[in-house]
Design a protein around this ligand. Structure first.
Ligand SMILES: [Zn+2]
Length: 970
């Protein structure tokens, strides 16, 4: 099946059994472009083109270019071809990413025609982008001057995005550490861009960077999937042959090694609690040598797992049990840099304790090198890796994407792209060496005997935010002072011109050039999942007969409606406690190892939704696990131990988990600010959303802070709550058992499942009234951040909207046109969108890393008017295609079984799904008008939640008194 093309030379042609693919490596004769063509049966086809783009400074040049090439190209001269694809293709992946040494452009689709469309637009974008000065200014940075009296300000999408990134202490820490570890190479720069340095970048430098690096001679292309391999080469040659060879030196230089460790410290904008300081972070980091081959990268992965892969891993355990900090930082070796970095540390410490942490890390590693890992530890780690390598479960991500990034690790630096895709030989080798002291020797070689080490520390500086804002103001004022009248006028005009350009719409004939499917290319029918339902010892058994390649996927669901409302905030910790406190038979280290040796993993989570028939809330707790058939019985024994015998009296472990949970939530505050606003906004609207906030929103954070204290002062009442949950929740008469496995595995599984379920308690249980009452509230939640997350919403059903699935088409259009333009392009936020849940009727507008506040609310208030303007035929078609694409996104087999169960638990029958699909396919202008009317009502009747900086929130309240009730969250 060797494919060929005269323009390409075939360099390698091998079967890679581990990924069930024929791998062919080609070299484009004229330009030297390299192509990895993976032929397999995966319908979820992937294409990706990657360039080496090592930056020489921290102006964010590679990152700004990544944004800009997607803003119009030779064949597709519209403002945002990327957004057109986002709106109207069946993509299963569509994005671009900047790394410290490369920029990658991957796309994926399960529809062949759609796939070729995506490849075509992406190839034209990277090689023939328009890259106008306007695009550079909009995506990168520019001066904005409203009028001659107004202050001069910086604007730009990446400028603002990076301000948001640097608002997160974790990002500040990571940036500081990486810079310190590789001071003499490209890794010593901030590839995303440091907001202080971004304004030094010029348009000329930007253009030159593209010319130099975005060239076939510097390209690595990956194709993977079931599309025709010959056609891949033909598509590429058509583009590559337009270039002459231009070899470019983009090699990432090696950082020279040091002979002695170093220290680095810094600060971030944050608050300090003078009573008990918890604002410090410290980690001990090493630079490693480039790995030699697959055996070494696999060994790095397994060693990281052995040291810190779960809470029972000795180094993680030592750090978290030390009481010095709140949770672990880093977690081992990350192999995506040419010389990998490794780091272990703690966050939530008193900065004065930094040296203690350093000593603890080094002492623990020395101890482990001496005493070694136990056989149980090694076996658990090796089995866990082997299970995941064979399963190749990439979750929602197309598998081919993983192949691409895995191959690039070595390929980018002149190594073999195929070796990283294999694992059998390397795994066999490690299994041999593991018992002979291999990992212990590696601890010495990689860490203890390696002087290229940095101890990196940061702490909060309460003045930093104001100081940086002042420095930026001063810098701008100085620029402003140097401007003469002509320059001021020119900047004003430029500001107006840029805004006018942003308002301009593309010509329909240009938009029509973007290739698209037609409605006729779409399946009219929903995809269904086989489900057999039966009774199993009083529980409800659902079985999905799907090809699972010999693995059994099991979800055990328990109805949360039997719990009283005051118990709900305890659930996340309760779930963790089941798996991480041990049982009366064994401690949690031994239990964790038993899970690792026996299964492909056991996990827990909760799911919440408003039921479709308005009969209330579906609220479930799940314990899920997977195993091979031979280990299924043993997995059930573990599950039974965990459900009935977890050590809920293990105060020490529960205290550590509460601290970790709190630190984890606080760290998410900035990167996930929009979802925190979303959760808070809806908490007063429906019962399911209220529970979600109680057990995962700002209320939950407050609960955790209080709980951490109560564990010390009032443990017996805390323990009593945990017991009460277990004694009420685990009840087989309110239980669903969901099994996804080949039909041939069912008979055996069913008999062991039957005795397992019979061993669980059976109780009378009544549904509790959680006392939820609709009570929307407008709030300003203050955190130390330079950007805002602005939300506004309401329940549309309550406002009289007759919910139709066609609303998804309207939202897709709204999100990719009006909100994209106004909130992101013109407003300078990283993102802005709306969300609507068909079942509950909850609607929210949300912005992400937003420099504005009131202006964004005004944009939301104008949305109805934008919808009333109606939609053209081609936009309508594209939006329908996009929504169907989302609905048909391929799921991994375990997710198929889980989704089918969740639809049953929420009352979403196949008839309803088909009806919804029909509504989507038949979406029309009338749907736009109907939703416009509902959204119109949000303007006056909706409520507002903002998470952001204190100054911004106060200023907004001054302008619109009574807009928000202000409270400090961090
Ligand atoms: Zn970006």
């Amino acid at each position: 099946m060797a494919s060929s093309h005269p323009a390409f030379e075939l360099v390698r042609d091998e079967k890679v059994a581990e990924i069930n693919s024929q791998a062919q490596l080609f070299r484009h004769k004229k330009t030297g472009a390299e192509v990895l063509s993976l032929v397999n049966e995966d319908e979820n086809k992937v294409f990706g083109i990657t360039f080496k783009t090592p930056p020489e400074d921290s102006t964010g040049i590679a990152h700004i270019l990544e944004h800009s090439v997607l803003c119009g190209s030779r064949k597709y001269p519209v403002k945002k071809p990327f957004v057109e694809l986002l709106k109207g293709s069946m993509h299963t992946f569509l994005n671009a990413m900047t790394f410290p040494d490369k920029t990658a452009y991957p796309v994926a689709s399960a529809n062949l025609k759609d796939f070729y469309n995506l490849v075509d637009v992406y190839l034209d974008a990277v090689f023939f982008p328009l890259l106008t000065e306007d695009t550079f200014e909009q995506e990168g940075w520019h001066y904005e001057l409203e009028n001659a009296e107004a202050p001069l300000v910086y604007k730009g999408v990446v400028f603002n995005e990076m301000k948001g990134v640097f608002s997160s202490p974790d990002s500040v820490m990571h940036d500081q550490t990486q810079r310190a570890l590789y001071p003499d190479t490209t890794y010593g720069k901030s590839s995303g861009g440091d907001p202080k340095d971004i304004p030094a970048l010029t348009y000329e430098q930007f253009k030159r960077f593209h010319q130099k690096f975005y060239h076939p001679s510097n390209a690595r292309v990956v194709f993977a999937g079931d599309d025709a391999p010959e056609k891949r080469l033909a598509i590429l040659d058509e583009v590559f042959s337009q270039f002459e060879a231009a070899p470019v030196d983009a090699e990432v230089k090696l950082q020279p090694r040091w002979n002695a460790p170093r220290q680095v410290s810094g600060t971030y904008a944050g608050t300090v609690d003078p009573e008990k300081r918890r604002d410090g972070m410290v980690s001990v980091n090493w630079m490693l040598d480039p790995p030699e081959g697959r055996a070494e990268t696999l060994s790095h992965g397994i060693l990281s797992y052995l040291l810190a892969g779960n809470s029972a891993a000795p180094l993680r355990k030592k750090l978290t049990e030390s009481g010095i900090g709140e949770s672990m930082l880093g977690g081992g070796i990350s192999t995506w840099l040419r010389q990998p970095m490794a780091g272990f540390g703690l966050k939530g410490i008193d900065p004065a304790d930094a040296e203690k942490v350093e000593k603890l890390v080094l002492d623990t590693l020395a101890e482990l090198a001496e005493t070694g890992f136990s056989e149980e530890q090694r076996e658990a780690a090796l089995n866990t890796f082997e299970f995941h390598l064979r399963e190749q479960n990439t979750g929602g991500q197309p598998r081919g994407m993983n192949y691409m990034f895995t191959a690039l690790g070595a390929w980018l630096h002149g190594g073999d792209p195929l070796a990283p895709l294999t694992f059998e030989a390397a795994l066999e080798d490690l299994k041999q060496k593991a018992g002979q002291g291999h990992f212990e020797r590696e601890i010495r070689r990689l860490f203890l005997d390696n002087p290229h080490r940095v101890t990196s520390k940061i702490e909060a500086d309460p003045e930093q935010g104001a100081r940086e804002a002042k420095a930026e103001e001063d810098k701008l004022a100085a620029v402003r002072a140097r401007m003469d009248d002509a320059a001021i006028k020119a900047t004003e005009e430029r500001t107006a011109r840029l805004r006018a350009l942003q308002e301009e719409v593309d010509r329909p004939e240009d938009l029509a050039k973007i290739p698209t499917l037609t409605l006729g290319d779409l399946d009219r029918d929903i995809r269904t999942v086989p489900t057999d339902e039966s009774d199993l010892a009083g529980a409800r058994l659902l079985h999905h007969d799907l090809p699972t390649l010999g693995i059994l996927y099991l979800d055990l669901g328990f109805d949360l409606k039997v719990l009283s409302a005051d118990l709900l905030p305890y659930l996340p910790l309760f779930g963790r406690a089941l798996l991480q406190t041990g049982t009366s038979k064994e401690d949690f280290v031994s239990l964790t190892q038993r899970i690792g040796r026996t299964t492909g993993g056991i996990s827990q989570h909760r799911s919440l939704a408003t039921k479709l028939d308005d009969s209330g809330t579906a609220a479930w707790f799940f314990l899920s696990g997977k195993s091979v058939p031979a280990k299924f019985g043993e997995m059930l024994e573990i599950m039974s131990d965990v459900l009935l015998d977890a050590r809920l009296d293990n105060r020490e472990r529960i205290r550590q988990m509460a601290l970790e949970e709190k630190a984890g939530f606080e760290a998410r505050m900035i990167p996930a600010g929009n979802s925190i606003v979303d959760t808070r906004l809806k908490a007063g609207l429906t019962e399911a959303s209220w529970v979600a906030e109680q057990s995962g929103g700002v209320s939950y954070l407050q609960f955790l802070r209080d709980l951490v204290k109560r564990i010390d002062t009032d443990w017996s009442s805390v323990e009593a709550r945990f017991r009460q949950i277990r004694n009420t929740l685990f009840n087989r008469s309110r239980m669903v058992v969901n099994l996804t496995a080949d039909g041939s595995l069912l008979a055996d599984a069913k008999s062991s499942l039957g005795s397992f379920v019979s061993g669980l308690p059976q109780r009378d249980a009544t549904e509790q009234d959680w006392g939820f009452a609709v009570a929307p509230k407008s709030e300003g939640l203050v955190i130390p951040a330079q950007v805002n997350y602005v939300g506004k919403g309401a329940n549309l059903k309550a406002l009289g909207y007759n919910a139709s699935a066609a609303s998804a088409v309207v939202l897709r259009f709204l999100n990719t046109t009006y909100l994209w333009d106004k909130v992101r392009v013109q407003g300078g936020a990283y993102g802005g969108s709306s969300r609507f849940d068909l079942s509950s009727g909850n609607f929210a507008f949300l912005s992400y890393r937003d420099p504005n506040l009131l202006k964004t609310l005004d944009v939301y208030d104008g949305a109805a008017k934008a919808l009333r303007a109606g939609i053209g035929e081609s936009d309508l078609t594209r939006s329908i295609i996009g929504v169907i694409g989302d609905a048909d996104r391929p799921e991994f087999v375990d997710a198929k079984g889980y989704s089918a169960m969740w639809r049953i638990l929420t009352g979403t029958t196949d008839d309803i799904r088909q009806q919804r699909r029909n509504e989507i396919l038949g979406a029309s202008n009338a749907d736009f008008l109907a939703l416009a009317e509902a959204i119109e009502a949000i303007r006056d009747k909706g409520h507002v939640v903002v998470l952001g900086g204190e100054a911004a929130i106060k200023a907004a309240n001054d302008q619109r008194p009574g807009l928000m009730e202000i409270s400090k969250v961090m």
